[in-house]
Design a protein around this ligand. Structure first.
Ligand code: SF4
Length: 182
């Protein structure tokens, strides 16, 4: 009986040790996930926080913001099949920049990082230049005009972009309607 009890205790200890080791590995991996770009965890200003620019009607929830020399730099994680940055990423982070700057009252860098993670668990940091405030407001205005029916949306000429787009059906319907002169 004593031998079985000892064996049981040893097995439980091994299982607990295994759990502890994998928890430490996961923690290290998660930490490395965000520090690869040269940022230190102590520089983290916020993580997945909602910001609003009420006067301009902008709301954004950036993944991470790191403070270096009084300036906040935005970092956005994208899980996708390839290490690729899309223009929509730049637009999205540019909107975040305007909202964070207005809400937080701190300068936010016009340089940001997109971290792409692929199914093979590799990560790549991409430095991107963000749009100016005026460019962001122009896009917002155009979006509103389209939603109000004051402007017509034009499908992208780069059809490769449409392959995985969630609005493909709406776009095809609209294109057909335009061709039919509706
Ligand atoms: S389906 Fe429409 S909204 Fe989507 S990428 Fe193509 S043109 Fe743009």
């Amino acid at each position: 009986m004593g031998t079985w009890l000892s064996l049981f205790v040893v097995l439980v200890s091994i299982a607990a040790l295994h759990r502890l080791v994998s928890a430490i590995q996961q923690h290290r991996k998660a930490k490395a996930h965000w520090t690869d770009g040269g940022f230190d965890a102590r520089q983290l200003v916020f993580s997945e926080k909602l910001f609003r620019d009420a006067s301009r009607g902008l709301v954004a929830k950036p993944d991470r913001g790191y403070g270096v020399g009084g300036v906040v730099t935005l970092v956005d994680l994208k899980t996708r099949s390839r290490h690729k940055v899309h223009r929509s990423d730049v637009v999205e982070i540019s909107v975040q920049r305007v909202a964070v700057e207005a809400d937080l009252g701190k300068q936010v860098s016009t340089i940001a990082y997109v971290v792409t993670e692929t199914p093979d668990q590799t990560r790549k940091w991409h430095m991107v230049s963000l749009l100016s405030n005026d460019e962001v407001f122009a896009i917002k205005e155009r979006r509103q005009r389209i939603l109000d029916g004051r402007s017509i949306a034009h499908p992208t000429p780069r059809k490769g972009l449409c392959r995985h787009c969630a609005y493909q059906k709406e776009c095809d319907d609209m294109e057909r309607a335009q061709e039919a002169g509706c």
